[in-house]
Design a protein around this ligand. Structure first.
Ligand SMILES: *[C@@H]1O[C@H](CO)[C@@H](O)[C@H](O)[C@H]1NC(C)=O
Ligand SMILES: *[C@@H]1O[C@H](CO)[C@@H](O)[C@H](O)[C@H]1NC(C)=O
Length: 286
């Protein structure tokens, strides 16, 4: 375990900055894009994160198991040279009952390449992908071949974002060096082979706020393993507080080591020091 403060000066001097987790990029650019998937119209959040970004399309449809909708949107930012794919797992994902969560993880499907992943998330991902995210992605990629591909999501949407990034690599749809994946409060989504796949991406981060309980599910984690690189904030995530760049898939000095009695719902919706609902009503501005 190594702790860095918000402005990692040494990293800046000695390492390839583009491949490193950047607190400012995550807080100010990607988090608004992830949160935006929870709004009926993500456009203001896209602007908050990128300045000039434009929503291309938002798709919302019934997820298979939950009686709620899942959603994803595509967007593009010329100033950032980025194609954006942002995922939302379900409307009230953070209010889901424990019993429903068990259903989400009960069965696994085979991912391209052989990894096993939770069927609920994979089916929801494929449904949205085939309903138009795929078409948008290929159109944008053809139009902007040099752009990076930013993939993100919060909560169950984080699981779908991870699947999207893994899918793009595994299907050969994108140059892995162009993919930037950051998820927030993501549950475990697949098996050890799936972790290996996501860990093979040059830019793959899984942000966890302190005692957020969702990264601990499924609790009975047979055949589920987190992926790296976890970025753990053992505090309220207000600007300037330190975070940990964790080691391995389930670093015990990070989220995996948080005692069960401390886990709570509140930390799941309190990212970067502001309640998600509040942040959304402020159009993704701090
Ligand atoms: C969804 O709705 C059906 C029918 O109303 C119900 O039987 C089922 O338990 C619900 N599923 C969840 C996960 O709430
Ligand atoms: C967040 O934590 C810091 C450091 O412990 C504390 O000074 C600050 O008051 C906290 N802010 C909120 C909103 O809880």
């Amino acid at each position: 375990m190594t702790s860095y403060f918000a402005i990692p000066i040494l990293l800046f001097l000695f390492q390839n900055v583009s491949a490193q987790y950047s607190e400012a990029f995550s807080r100010n650019v990607i988090w608004p894009l992830a949160a935006g998937a929870l709004r009926d119209d993500p456009q203001k959040c896209i602007e908050s994160g990128t300045g000039d970004g434009k929503l291309r399309r938002k798709i919302e449809l019934q997820c298979d198991i939950l009686n709620e909708t899942c959603s994803a949107y595509t967007a593009v930012s010329d100033s950032r040279m980025a194609i954006i794919l942002s995922w939302r797992g379900s409307v009230g994902a953070y209010e889901i009952e424990m019993e429903a969560l068990d259903i989400l993880f009960g069965q696994q499907l085979t991912f391209p390449g052989g990894a096993k992943v939770a069927d609920f998330f994979y089916n929801a991902f494929l449904k949205l992908w085939n309903a138009g995210i795929k078409d948008d992605f290929f159109t944008l990629q053809q139009k902007y071949p040099d752009y990076e591909i930013w993939v993100t999501g919060h909560s169950l949407g984080g699981a779908m974002a991870g699947l999207c990034a893994g899918y793009l690599k595994q299907m050969g749809f994108a140059d892995p060096s162009k993919i930037r994946l950051i998820t927030y409060g993501e549950p475990r989504t697949g098996d050890a082979q799936y972790s290996t796949l996501l860990n093979s991406l040059p830019y793959s981060y899984r942000v966890v706020h302190d005692n957020d309980w969702i990264p601990h599910v499924p609790f009975k984690n047979e055949n589920y393993l987190h992926h790296g690189i976890e970025i753990y904030y053992p505090n309220n995530m207000t600007l300037g507080l330190p975070y940990t760049i964790c080691v391995g898939n389930e670093d015990k000095s990070c989220s995996s080591g948080a005692p069960l009695f401390r886990l709570n719902f509140r930390d799941h919706t309190l990212y970067f020091g502001i309640e998600l609902d509040n942040y959304l009503s402020r159009e993704c501005k701090y």
